[in-house]
Design a protein around this ligand. Structure first.
Ligand code: GUN
Length: 312
């Protein structure tokens, strides 16, 4: 008798399609606001130094803000900028009525204290949701600006699971940018939340209990197929650049690289019920949610009712 191998295939959660739907909603809302109020939401992005990855992110954020019909203001400061000078730039942006969202790209050069800098931003303009006041409000279930990457994950999850109540979610990674706020948003949705991190000793066992796994550890291919409960939803936040000798050499003789996530996609996709790819999963949602946060900050600052932005 021949054995029939039956491999299932997870639903692919296409972040590019979701992000385009979110951007379209923002674009339409911005256009309506311009017509009705004669006002334009404005986003200011501050980059200190010239980290190549940060340069790419900042360019992309500014470009997408303009494409959404917003005003974009870019501030590029040398890596040697002192705290006082940076705080002055932030104070000016806090007072500028044309600026509704302020984002200081991280990481900052080592001599700058990022908490001090972030907490100098007017919390109502803190479109990253990193200010301690927004962290505290989200953490206590109040309406406040939530960090963009976890917010993007929540929008994708809510499409798949309109009612997240009672689902067991494992968040792997406890950074301030992703893991911790992700856990808070899942808790606010009444999930049972487990947070694992680099000191956790039993992540595979924890993962097997989870209906939802959010991988945000920054470790390429960490999450294996035998960790995953069949049918679970797997959201991969990892963006890891690894050598890819199979792609040959670059012109300068160095190995080509490729981007992979924290999930062993090739095998996990046969166990999970739904999964985000890398690239093309969570990544595009992050900037789309920055536009959402800028629009919401604008509405709050101008006392305009916030438009519904959940994609259809
Ligand atoms: N660096 C990496 N991710 C982010 C982010 O979401 N916001 C900011 N400001 N910097 C980052």
């Amino acid at each position: 008798m021949t054995e029939i191998q039956c491999q299932t295939e997870a639903e692919l959660i296409d972040g590019r399609v979701h992000a385009e739907a979110v951007r379209r909603k923002v674009r339409e809302a911005v256009s309506r606001i311009k017509d009705s109020h004669g006002l334009t939401p404005g986003l200011a992005v501050v980059l200190v130094g010239s980290d190549p990855a940060s340069e790419i992110y900042v360019r992309s954020k500014a470009k997408q803000a303009v494409e959404a019909g917003m005003a974009s203001f870019e501030f590029r400061l040398p890596a040697t900028t002192g705290a006082e000078e940076l705080l002055e730039v932030i104070a000016r942006l806090n007072d500028d009525p044309l600026v509704h969202g302020i984002l200081v790209q991280l990481p900052l050069p080592a001599h700058l204290d990022s908490s001090l800098v972030i907490n100098a931003i007017n919390p109502l303009k803190d479109v990253d949701g990193f200010h301690v006041s927004n962290v505290g409000m989200v953490g206590t279930g109040q309406n406040a600006i939530a960090p963009c990457t976890p917010l993007g994950c929540m929008l994708m999850l809510q499409r798949l699971h309109p009612d997240l109540k009672g689902k067991t979610a494992l968040v792997i990674g406890h950074s301030n940018i992703v893991g911790k706020p992700m856990a808070r948003l899942l808790l606010n949705a009444d999930c049972t939340v487990i947070v694992a991190h680099k000191s956790s000793t039993n992540i595979p066992q924890l993962a097997r209990m989870a209906d939802i796994v959010i991988a945000a550890a920054g470790v390429p291919g960490l999450v294996k197929a035998d960790w995953i409960k069949p049918g679970a939803t797997v959201i991969d936040v990892g963006i890891n650049r690894i050598p890819a000798p199979e792609l040959g050499l670059q012109e300068d003789g160095s190995a080509r690289t490729r981007i992979v996530g924290d999930v062993d996609f090739a095998t996990v996709r046969h166990v999970a019920g739904a999964i985000t790819p890398v690239p093309g999963g969570v990544g595009p949602m992050t900037i789309a949610c920055l536009l959402v946060n800028t629009l919401l900050a604008f509405c709050h600052l101008h006392n305009i009712p916030a438009p519904g932005l959940q994609p259809d």
